[in-house]
Design a protein around this ligand. Sequence first.
Ligand code: HEC
Length: 247
Amino acid sequence: MSGKRIIGWVILALTVLVALVPLVRGSADIPIAQHHLIHAALIAGGLLSALLLATPSRDIAVGHYGWLLLAVFSPFAAMLLMWPSEYAWYERHASGHILEHLGILGLGFTTGYAGQRYAAGIGWATGLSLLFMAVASAWGFGVAHSISPIVATSTVVQHIATSSEQATSGSPDVAHGGKLFTQNCAVCHGARGAGGEGPSLIGEKARKNFTQAQQWIIDPSPPMPKFYPAVLTRSDVRDVAAFIETL
Ligand code: HEC
């Protein structure tokens, strides 16, 4: 085996190891941009090994069109595998994530290999354009520059925190919250929040912060009844939570 081919196999093996990283690390909370750079690295590894391993064709003969088709369609398939909306799923399923990585690596390899088999130099052209697209997506082309969606929405806590910021802006109306408290909550928590059938809410601020209080009211444990969304709107919840934080 020539030195060139040995290097090709070594690069391929190392890249496969990188592709398997989610097996050990589980779903890593890394930014999407970094994730794309990892994908670009997988493509680069697959591509480089293919360019070293493929025996380039010196002439464009009829019958080589299969290689050309592969070289042209593999980059498209690779981009589909990197579609941003799939992240949430991949980050919950390590095995799917590994398959995605191996798919990307394989398509990087095929792009270079098939290109070289069609005609010398073509593998470089198709391969580098795929690599360019992968790196470009790390800089936000076609993807949101934020933490991955599953990280942002993985817990109800964070979801409610975000939606409370979006649903209502400005400061909550504490006086309105007080009125809502008298109407809906006083029966159990007492007119002044000192408790009754329900626990005292005095000093509640020390137990639940503003966000946690809203969360509780949105999704309380029984026997406390649920008021949202049937009785209280999202902004009512905010007002009444602001009120109980003053008790
Ligand atoms: C039917 C009676 C009832 C009504 C009405 C009621 N609650 Fe409660 N609430 C409870 C009970 C019982 C608990 C304790 C539940 C538990 O700890 O599992 C509780 C717990 C709470 C807590 C958590 C206290 C803690 O331990 O930190 C908050 C906050 C609260 N209620 C706010 C409200 C607000 C605001 C309203 C009105 C929108 C309301 N409740 C209406 C019965 C009620």
